[in-house]
Design a protein around this ligand. Structure first.
Ligand code: NAD
Ligand code: UDP
Length: 315
């Protein structure tokens, strides 16, 4: 079937990454069903498509089964910010397990291909640095991040068991920290926190001493990687992220210097099990998908800051 006739289901499609993916699929002329329970997503993120003949919006929780006729399932539904996934950790684990189980059941019934938005969090607080896909990780099974980390790990397991038992077509993306326009001002993740604090003239909050590291990928690059993974033959798991690594203090300095160099950086307690370092090895993505990120942190911060500035001024 030519890509232009694909019927796509995007779970979590009203969220940050999901809504950018919806845009890309709509722009490519495909049909899109966007499914979301609006926990951390907003109708405003997909507002421009409401009423379009190739677009449908469904309020639904993936922990309940649903019957739809689709060719491709982009399974992104799950809160991604620690603040939100720890708000109701039992629900988060249910969303990962039951949600993925329900979407795999749907994929099996209609013969659809399912792409799971997994995460670098499957590596936990990694003892191997940078992290290749072969690293099996260091997750605290009973810590406050486990609802998310273990949820995604079992979601990967379910995908592979559906593939082995039922021949379901799966694709697994291990996404590393991604940022960009449309993150919620109260999202709680570090890039949005720093930008919102700086725009409000508040000190930027470093958890711990800010020496922990992350590697930040701009959302357009990520969506490009997701599209290549879904459309190609490689199953994964495959790392999608930007290998440029920064300490959290360096990130804070970059954001502050772009918005208001006079602001202070203040230290707050480091949350339990906060990974010390994180950087993707993306050799597999380069080789199997011909993909690598093109947008540097400096380039990606510009449109992200502009988007927050606009929304904070005109909420
Ligand atoms: P987000 O919180 O902005 O989006 C998640 C979306 O899923 C929201 O629209 C939310 O309302 C929806 N959702 C949550 N629970 C649901 C449920 N039970 N039923 C239906 N909808 C539900 O997060 P995001 O950054 O856009 O992340 C999207 C996906 O990518 C998530 O699966 C996340 O785990 C994964 N991921 C993201 C990152 C990142 O840095 N952005 C990193 C690793 C993995
Ligand atoms: N962080 C921080 N200040 C904030 C928010 C987060 O220093 O206001 C730190 C957090 O402790 C972590 C890093 O930034 O070390 C990335 O946090 P985020 O929640 O964005 O993603 P994750 O920890 O899931 O990678």
């Amino acid at each position: 079937m030519p890509a232009s006739l694909m019927r796509n289901l995007v779970t979590g499609g009203a969220g940050f990454v999901g809504s950018h993916l919806v845009d890309r699929l709509m722009d490519a002329g495909e049909e899109v069903i966007c499914l979301d329970n609006y926990f951390t997503g907003r109708k405003a993120n997909v507002e421009r498509w409401i009423g379009h003949p190739r677009f449908e919006l469904i309020r639904h929780d993936v922990t309940d089964p649903i019957r739809l006729e689709v060719d491709r399932i982009w399974h992104l539904a799950c809160p991604a910010s620690p603040v939100h996934y720890q708000h109701n950790p039992i629900k988060t684990a249910k969303t990962s397990f039951l949600g993925t189980y329900n979407m795999l059941g749907l994929a099996r019934r209609v013969g659809a291909r399912l792409l799971l938005a997994s995460t670098s969090e499957v590596y936990g607080d990694p003892q191997v640095h940078p992290q290749p896909e072969s690293y099996r990780g260091n997750v605290n099974t009973h810590g406050i991040r486990a609802c998310y980390d273990e949820g995604k790990r079992v979601a990967e397991t379910l995908c592979f068991d559906y593939q082995r038992m039922h021949g379901t077509e799966i694709r697994i993306a291990r996404i590393f920290n991604t940022y960009g326009p449309r993150m919620l001002p109260d999202d709680g993740r570090v890039v949005s926190n720093f930008i919102v604090q700086a725009l409000r003239g508040q000190p930027l909050t470093l958890y711990g001493d800010g020496s922990q590291s992350r590697s930040f990928c701009f959302v357009d690059d990520l969506v490009d990687g997701l599209m290549r993974l879904m459309n190609g033959d490689h199953v994964g798991p495959i790392n999608l992220g930007n290998p440029s690594e920064f300490t959290i203090r360096q990130l804070a300095e970059r954001v502050r210097d772009r918005i208001n160099p006079a602001l202070d950086l203040i230290c707050e307690p480091l949350p339990q099990d906060d990974p010390l370092q994180r950087q993707p090895v993306i050799d597999l993505a380069r080789q199997a998908l011909g993909w690598e990120p093109n947008v540097s942190l400096g380039e990606g911060l510009e449109p992200t800051i502009a988007d927050f500035r606009q929304r904070l001024l005109d909420p």
